[in-house]
Design a protein around this ligand. Structure first.
Ligand code: K7E
Ligand code: CUA
Ligand code: CA
Length: 647
């Protein structure tokens, strides 16, 4: 099969191909050693000698050349990736793996001035004294807004597990434009937008974003019940996609990890690893089955409309009770708990909308839940929620996340086996029904090492195209040059067009990416130059440049146009509160200016036609150079002004 993909007359095949191959064999050996040393004490690759991994090794260099994006050529896909505890969102090109942009969200970024400008501070949220409420975050899941079951290029959302916020990124600018803090939850992890309205089929786009919460907390968390875990619980949250206000919450049994939504808009599903409601490890692993929790969106909203809600603490958000005890009758139940073995992780929907797949994590299985049967359970036509499970193939150790190719195959990351396993959903269902000849597992490929998320091109949409699978690996030792104790993370791109998976290449990722989506490039429509009118505080002409004083408050208005600022000098008095508003009048795409003030810790950029402002105290007397920090012109170094603070 290696000959299939060996494009020998392709000039892009590196001359060093045989060397690469030798290197991979070497790495295969060290992989085992690496795995043996893992904290969990489990081997890196279980089947390192089998045919699947063997073919993967020999196919690598040929596949790599075939997918090379030559200089000046553009990628076919965007990868929008979370960044983990760095708190940002990243954009990579696919298949190149090139980093295209880093979007600051919950973190601070002096390159763009995120957390420095007044506009970004307002989005992040400030304390009464004007300082930022939070300066750190932990992003895990990025998802896009939908119209008619596929991406509409309007918004991305990303969660912050650390400070329990949902952020929105507008995709025309690829900038964060709203952040909402969720009341009364901790460990906000899984997040997924709805794909259409549960009641009105005419509304075929995203209007809600759903948020799970992993950690049980006292309700209200104001000092009461500090050590009474039996009184703690989790809330499922719905946020309005446009206003970004919290619409409602649902009290549930257990916790909520990952989230997914059905294509009919009626269901949100969340895997639960702690149905035991345990607060220590042993308790959380005690039950044989945990669950995938299904929320009946229409019923929740009807219950809230009917006033069957309560509020918690100082939050005004209506909460309804989705616990089993409060919902004895499936025909009126707000929730359905489908038993799944054991501490499941991940829940993903097949592109045809028919199935939800959750992985066992501590069970070597993936569980396939049929959407139609969940609807039947809610209709009272099925007694036991476990009957919604239509397949449970054994796929390998430590299964976590699943992507789909739109051709009936699923691709699941195996954390403990360090593999991606390709399995056929229909074969798994046949096997579950008793067909002894059915063989769900189609192929395996080794990855390096310990994959977390894996995702396919357009795989979270009905337009899943089965071209790429990207594996987000958690360990990378020996894959890249050593750079000290903190290693780069490794992402591995895999060609899934054929029957067998082929590794295309490794690319590095700054720690620590979790989930991502791969979006066809033609879907994404960005705006490369802003409209000055979109910035209410714009300084419309250089003639409007001025310094206005109102008591101790000084407002400075200036413009930039390469290679000069409109004011040569900004003079204020010691102790003044200074607000500087800067509008970039350059109209040329890519002509960005920076604005830095020496020793004043001010540093931000203005892209073409943009306006940003900063407010700070003039607390040091003297002359301080202002200079353009972003290379813009042959006279970039000369692009300066002076900040004068008179004692
Ligand atoms: Cu599996 Cu936070 Cu999506 Cu990471 S979670 S792997
Ligand atoms: Cu303006 Cu550099
Ligand atoms: Ca459990």
């Amino acid at each position: 099969m290696t000959t299939d993909n060996k494009n020998t007359d392709d000039k892009n095949v590196p001359e060093s191909a045989p060397t690469d191959e030798t290197r991979r064999k070497f790495l295969g050996a060290t992989a085992l050693l690496a795995g043996g040393g893992m904290a969990m004490g489990l081997v890196g690759c279980k089947n390192s000698g089998d045919s699947a991994s063997g073919s993967a090794s020999s196919g690598q260099s040929a596949a790599h050349g075939k997918f090379e994006v030559a200089p000046g050529k553009l990628d076919d896909y965007y990868i929008f990736s979370s960044a983990g505890h760095n708190g940002e969102v990243r954009i990579y090109g696919c298949p190149s793996g090139r980093t295209l942009k880093r979007i600051p969200v919950f973190n601070l970024d002096p390159m763009v001035g995120w957390g420095i400008t007044n506009e970004s501070k307002k989005i992040i949220g400030t304390k009464p004294d004007g300082s930022l409420k939070y300066t750190t975050g932990d992003t895990h899941h990025v998802h896009g807004s939908y119209t008619d079951g596929t991406y509409d290029s309007k918004y991305l959302w990303v969660n912050d597990k650390l400070n329990n916020r949902l952020a929105r990124i507008r995709m025309d600018r690829m900038e964060c434009d709203a952040i909402t803090e969720i009341p009364n939850v901790q460990g906000f992890h899984g997040m997924f937008p709805d794909k259409r309205d549960p009641v009105d089929p005419a509304i075929n786009h995203t209007t809600r974003v759903f948020c799970g919460a992993e950690f049980h907390t006292p309700q209200v968390n104001d000092g009461r019940d500090l050590r009474n875990p039996e009184k703690w619980f989790c809330l499922f949250t719905c946020i309005d996609a446009e206003s970004m206000e919290v619409r409602w919450q649902v009290k549930v049994d257990g916790n909520m990890d990952l989230c997914a939504t059905s294509y009919d808009g009626k269901l949100a599903a969340i895997n639960q690893y702690n149905t035991e409601n345990g607060s220590v490890l042993g308790e959380m692993m005690s039950a044989e089955h945990d669950a995938v929790l299904f929320i009946n969106i229409a019923r929740v909203e009807a219950a809230i409309k009917a006033g069957k809600s309560f509020t918690s603490g100082s939050s005004k958000v209506p909460v309804v009770d989705g616990t089993k005890k409060a919902n004895p009758d499936p025909k009126t139940s707000l929730t359905c708990y489908v038993p799944i073995p054991k501490n499941p992780h991940g829940v993903n929907v097949s592109p045809d909308g028919k199935y939800f797949v959750a992985s066992g994590k501590l069970s070597p299985t993936a569980s396939v839940v049929e959407t139609e049967l969940v609807h039947k359970w809610f209709a009272g036509e099925i007694k036991d929620a476990r009957e919604c499970v239509v397949a449970e193939p054994e796929i390998g150790l430590g299964p976590l996340h699943t992507g789909f190719d739109g051709k009936g195959n699923a691709y699941t990351t195996l954390f403990l086996d360090s593999q991606i396993v390709k399995w056929n959903v229909a074969a798994a269902i046949a096997q579950f029904k008793g067909d002894k000849t059915a063989q769900p597992v189609v192929d395996r490929i080794d990855v390096h090492y310990q994959p977390g998320h894996g995702y396919t091109s357009m795989g979270e949409t009905k337009e899943a195209d089965g071209k790429y699978f990207n594996s987000g690996n958690k360990f990378s030792k020996d894959r890249f040059l050593p750079v000290g104790p903190l290693h780069s993370e490794a992402e591995q791109l895999i060609d899934i067009t054929g029957n067998k998976m082929q590794l295309i290449h490794d690319h590095t990722a700054y720690p620590e990416p979790h989930d991502a989506i791969i979006v066809r490039a033609d879907v994404v429509k960005t705006r490369q130059v802003s409209d000055m009118n979109d910035f209410p505080n714009a300084v419309k002409s250089s003639g409007d440049s001025r310094i206005e004083r109102n008591g101790k408050k000084v407002n400075v208005y200036l413009t930039s146009e390469a290679p000069a600022f409109s004011l040569d000098e900004i003079a204020v008095k010691l102790g003044d509160e200074v607000t500087i508003t800067l509008t970039n009048h350059d109209k040329v795409e890519d002509l960005t200016h920076g604005f830095g003030i020496e020793r004043y810790n001010i540093n931000f950029i203005v892209n073409p036609q943009e306006t940003h402002s900063v407010t700070f105290k003039a607390d040091k007397p003297g002359m301080f150079w202002i200079y353009c920090t972003h290379f813009c012109h042959a006279l970039h170094l000369e692009m300066r002004s002076r900040f004068i603070v008179e004692a």
